[in-house]
Design a protein around this ligand. Sequence first.
Ligand SMILES: C[S@@+](CC[C@H](N)C(=O)[O-])C[C@H]1O[C@@H](n2cnc3c(N)ncnc32)[C@H](O)[C@@H]1O
Length: 287
Amino acid sequence: MSFSQREIESLKLTDEEFFELRDYISRLTGIYFPENKKYLIESRIRPRIEALGLKSYRAYLDFLKFSPFRARELEILFKLITINETYFFRDELQLKVIEEKILPELIQSKPKNGFRTLRIWSAGCSTGEEPYTIAMIYLEKIKPKFPDVKFEIIGTDINSSVIEVAKRGIYRQYSMRYVPENYLQRYFNCNGDEFKISEEIKKLVRFEQLNLMDRFQMVMMRNFDLVLLRNVLIYFDENARKEVVSWIYDSLNRGGYLVIGYSETLRNVTKAFKIVYFDKVVAYKKE
Ligand SMILES: C[S@@+](CC[C@H](N)C(=O)[O-])C[C@H]1O[C@@H](n2cnc3c(N)ncnc32)[C@H](O)[C@@H]1O
């Protein structure tokens, strides 16, 4: 079934439909849309209603809940509603603390028999700049000091398109703004306006699609020493924050750290962690 332009343009998201859609999305993904973001839901979902030949936002909600094709549509929806802003070497101060304080502490806490392996999870990694940054820091700064230490780095995101970009490892200038010159020379191959991450870095990181609100996926994530959950919780409502952070607590080893975004806080979210202050940088330790 196809619609005339006029029918599509006249599709309006009622308040009632907005609240239902927003609650459904938030239960499923954690992502919360306040009322001033109603237009965003309306405009992003409208092309899907058209493509599926549906008549209203309510019909779309029913499609998401009950259609045999719901899994595929949810995939598409996740791509429409996520904000994937990221870049290499984001938040220099935090990275310095991770490199100089947190990683050495984690390494030193591991028993010294054979290789010591640190497991690191970049949760909500978007197009991969964050876990690749950690891999570069490992090769450049950690491995020379601790040659018996290996890193296992996992990057996950709900949006399957960004995971594909991460696996490809080819970036534009936008992602490269804060890459220090020596890292640029050593770990990227430049081709015109494209920057390809080196194979050496690429093979240190594994990428998977994972929804932080999916408890079945979350119980599979275990034995991490460091979890980066930066600039993800800001988009979540309070319940989702509490739920995700408690599952991440379970995913950490004793002595492990959680690092959230520089401007984020776990106040009113959890008391389970010990708050550790490294000058201006805060990290959360599982004791
Ligand atoms: C703003 S980016 C942050 C990227 C990176 N952590 C950084 O700080 O540069 C937020 C990412 O969280 C992902 N995300 C949002 N909700 C999620 C969920 N329920 N499960 C997994 N990832 C999610 C989005 O797809 C997006 O790529």
